[in-house]
Design a protein around this ligand. Structure first.
Ligand code: XMP
Ligand code: MG
Length: 190
């Protein structure tokens, strides 16, 4: 009937989901990464390039935790197939606004999963001839890697579980949550 539509996603209340990392735990790791980056780039300036939309919140916090001069920009990519899973084909939807030639660049991602997105973006950014290029990710799912790529700065490594919050979504919902939570497998796997 009209009330049951199998293609309509279910959005359980976030309060029913277990917290994987609390806002305090996230803040502690972001502060540590910000301090590390500030040491590594002492006396220099850095351009943070966030991958929309998932990395927006991590980037906002990270940019403020870095004490060396920094500016930021964003790129957006789409992967074909189901939105939740990277299918392998990555397409650039939005490019950087400002040139990065000769600059120290850090790509900022929410999750390093199969590695396909960051491999693609790294190749693309290297064509712009930055002085250096590193990767910062909030989460890493090393088990899921399909191509060899590692982050230079990682807040947390996690097992192969679907997570939401702190910029990460399920069908665009839950990005605004301050904690990172485990999304129920029975809903994620439908
Ligand atoms: P790769 O290309 O490394 O893609 O496979 C990483 C992208 O996959 C998305 N992703 C997730 N998004 N919860 C999410 O909200 C998750 O558990 C998750 N695992 C992967 C994410 O968009 C990331 O940028
Ligand atoms: Mg993403």
């Amino acid at each position: 009937d009209a009330m049951s539509n199998t293609s309509t996603p279910v959005f359980p209340s976030a309060t029913t989901m277990d917290i994987l990392f609390s806002r305090e735990q996230i803040a502690e790791r972001v502060a540590a990464i910000g301090a590390q980056i500030s040491t590594d780039y002492a006396g220099q300036s850095v351009v943070l390039i966030g991958v929309l939309k998932g990395a927006a919140i991590f980037l906002a916090d990270l940019a403020r935790a870095i004490t060396v001069d920094n500016t930021f920009d964003f790129v957006a990519v789409s992967s074909y197939g189901r939105a939740r899973v990277s299918s392998g084909a990555v397409k650039l939807i939005k490019d950087i606004d400002n040139p990065i030639e000769g600059k120290h660049v850090i790509l900022v991602e929410d999750i390093l999963d199969t590695g396909l997105t960051l491999s693609y973006l790294r190749g693309l950014m290297l064509q712009h001839k930055p002085a250096s290029l590193k990767i910062a990710t909030c989460l890493d799912k090393p088990e899921r890697r399909l191509v060899p790529i590692e982050a230079d700065y990682t807040a947390f490594s996690i097992p192969n579980r679907f997570v939401i919050g702190y910029g990460m979504d399920y069908a665009e919902v839950y990005r605004n949550l301050a904690d990172i939570r485990l999304f129920p497998e029975e809903v994620a796997g439908h």
